[in-house]
Write a protein that binds this ligand. Structure first.
Ligand SMILES: [Zn+2]
Length: 613
């Protein structure tokens, strides 16, 4: 009996491993959506019915739940409106535009009825959030069903979602439905929608959309009735059915995602292209001759980009991905992206590369991007810059150089805030942008400097293996890096992401006596780092001296296996200076700290000796 029970238990653990890693104390909520919406393309209003099965995998009893009602942000006087006007460097796309929306132009999502397991529940709309007091608390391990009717109006496109964007795309339907807020081991995340970014509950979506039959829809999910619909989805030789009363009913399912987006326009070209591993790539773009060539040329490159991410992060797990002209720049969604399409070719590819990379860093590795924006934007920027260098053959010696420059300029400006700042609560859009994107990318790139490139590559893949379809946090990422590299890295996570401490090392003094050269290095910045010191001798030969930071308790593998490297004793962080002696009989011509420039030293002027500028 004992054996039987334990093997049964093992089986159960394996089956539920993705959502419930109870062995390690990890759990996550689950929600399954069934939605039916009827869209009026003339008034931009919609009516919706939503049935939501919510499973409480937490150890807590829940007596309330929260939903996001994102469209409510697009109303004069909303938090998004006021913040967009009062921040020191307003986003040009938003500015004061929300304050000028008329009642027929605003957005709203308005629940009209809500039940829990068939009984009415009390709810309250608080700006962009719906607060629901439950009749029956949801016990740990139990499920409950919410049914909601709602009406909505699609706002004039200001930011991300909306009607009639700048390039004339009719409906960019992102954040368009009442979306359950996430509850995790830190509690509820019912963030108001002020400017940016999301966090959602994993689950399965079943969505039907009734819309004027002239419109083509693209977005999250697999179309279940392609032969009925047509619009580029029909199998070869199949003639689509005639619509009823001028409307088609589109039926989509999307398994294991945490968002559902769709875009509709009566004037889309819809192309498909075979991506890696049988993934079907879909492209939706306006039928305008001046953009057609770029959008055709984008298709094989999108396939190559996906291949790059598959190989360098982990396999794309769905059967479909769509690049859709819509929105207001570039924004990632489940199984799709919305980008503006009237761009130069390089920019079209660059944005696609970035947004598609978000499929891995946010959609699959679903961090709370309001709290840990650098794990979302930063890791995405890192990997898409690497991908562009390879796929577009850019031949940049350091594809991350721009990210280092951006970070260093912010660090020296005195306007930097720690990366632990909530994405909405930076003093300026610039401070947010550089911190999330550039400093976030440097976080990854510089980790390669510390633990070595090979260890970094392994870390990224193992991070994906262990944390895709979950909600990883900063500690989860760094623990993977520690396990892969056997380095202690808590100091790196802490100083880099939780403080504004900066890195500044210098060659303080060099003197020689006979054939001996004495060097004094200095740590000027508060943040400690291991040091690669590259020395060139008078005879033209080179040698690298490696000085581990004491508190990392490990050594980086030699980054240049064809070149001599000498590992020196470690440098305890608290010591401001470090002495080394080169006594191999060779005369030193020049030396430089971090020749690779992968350490984010904010003052490189003091990093070298004997090199004429
Ligand atoms: Zn991004």
């Amino acid at each position: 009996m004992k054996i039987f029970f334990s093997s049964l238990l093992t089986l159960m653990l394996v089956v539920s491993a993705t959502a419930q890693d109870k062995e390690h104390g990890y759990w996550q909520q689950k929600v399954d959506y069934k939605m039916e919406v009827d869209m009026d393309v003339k008034s931009f209003q919609l009516s919706g019915k939503q049935e939501l099965k919510y499973t409480n995998n937490s150890p807590d009893e829940l007596d309330k739940v929260f939903y996001h009602l994102f469209f409510n942000a697009f109303q004069p006087g909303s938090e998004m409106d006021v913040r967009s006007r009062t921040i020191e460097d307003p986003d040009g796309r938003v500015g004061d535009r929300i304050s000028k929306l008329s009642p027929t132009e605003i957005g709203y999502t308005m629940p009209t009825s809500l039940t829990q397991d068939g009984k009415k529940v009390k709810f309250e709309v608080i700006g962009t959030v719906l607060k629901v007091e439950l009749n029956e608390p949801i016990k740990p391990g139990k499920s409950t069903t919410f049914k909601m009717d709602w009406t909505g109006q699609v706002p004039v496109q200001v930011r991300r979602s909306g009607r009639n964007n700048a390039e004339g795309v009719a409906l960019s339907m992102t954040q368009w439905y009442p979306k359950l807020a996430e509850y995790d081991d830190e509690g509820w995340h019912a963030d108001p929608y002020i400017a940016r970014e999301f966090y959602g509950v994993w689950g399965d979506f079943d969505v039907t959309i009734k819309i004027d039959d002239a419109y083509t829809i693209g977005g999250t999910g697999y179309l279940q009735n392609p032969n009925e619909i047509g619009h580029g989805y029909t199998q070869k030789g199949v003639k689509p059915m005639k619509s009823k009363n001028g409307k088609h009913t589109w039926h989509f399912v999307a398994p294991n995602v945490h968002d559902f987006t769709w875009v509709a326009d009566p004037n889309y070209v819809h192309d498909t292209f075979d991506g890696p591993n049988g993934v079907k790539l879909h492209f939706f773009y306006k039928n305008k001759p001046e953009i057609a060539e770029n959008w055709k040329n984008l298709q094989p490159i999108t396939a190559k980009l996906m291949e790059y991410y598959n190989q360098n992060i982990g396999e794309y797990p769905y059967k479909q991905y769509s690049v859709i002209q819509g929105g207001d720049g570039g924004m990632e969604y489940a199984m799709s992206t919305l980008i503006t399409g009237e761009r130069k070719f390089g920019s079209l590819v660059g944005v696609t590369a970035h947004e598609m990379a978000h499929t891995w860093f946010q959609f699959l590795l679903a961090t709370n991007e309001s709290k840990h924006e650098w794990m979302d934007e930063g890791f995405t920027s890192y990997i898409s810059d690497e991908a562009m260098n390879v796929v577009m053959d850019e031949k940049k010696p350091n594809p991350q150089a721009g990210n280092y420059r951006g970070y260093i300029s912010l660090a020296k400006s005195g306007k930097e805030q720690p990366q632990t700042t909530h994405a909405d609560r930076y003093a300026s859009n610039r401070a947010y942008g550089i911190s999330a994107y550039s400093k976030g990318a440097v976080m990854m790139s510089q980790l390669g400097y510390i633990i070595g490139e090979e260890n970094l590559k392994k870390t990224i893949k193992r991070y994906f293996d262990e944390w895709s379809f979950k909600h990883p946090k900063p500690m989860d990422f760094i623990r993977v890096a520690e396990r892969v590299s056997v380095f202690e890295l808590d100091w790196y996570l802490m100083d880099w992401t939780q403080t504004t401490n900066t890195i500044d090392y210098a060659i303080k003094d060099v003197s020689s006596e006979g054939n001996k050269t004495m060097v004094t290095l200095e740590r000027i910045g508060l943040m400690g780092m291991p040091i690669d010191l590259d020395v060139t001798y008078e005879d033209g030969s080179q040698e690298q001296f490696y000085i581990p930071l004491r508190m990392q308790y490990a050594s980086k593998p030699n980054p240049y296996p064809n070149q001599k490297r000498t590992e020196l004793k470690d440098w305890p962080w608290a010591f401001p200076t470090y002495e080394l002696e080169i006594s191999n009989g060779k005369k030193v011509k020049s030396m430089v700290i971090d020749a690779s420039q992968h350490m984010a030293d904010i003052d490189r002027d003091n990093n070298s000796y004997g090199i004429e500028e």
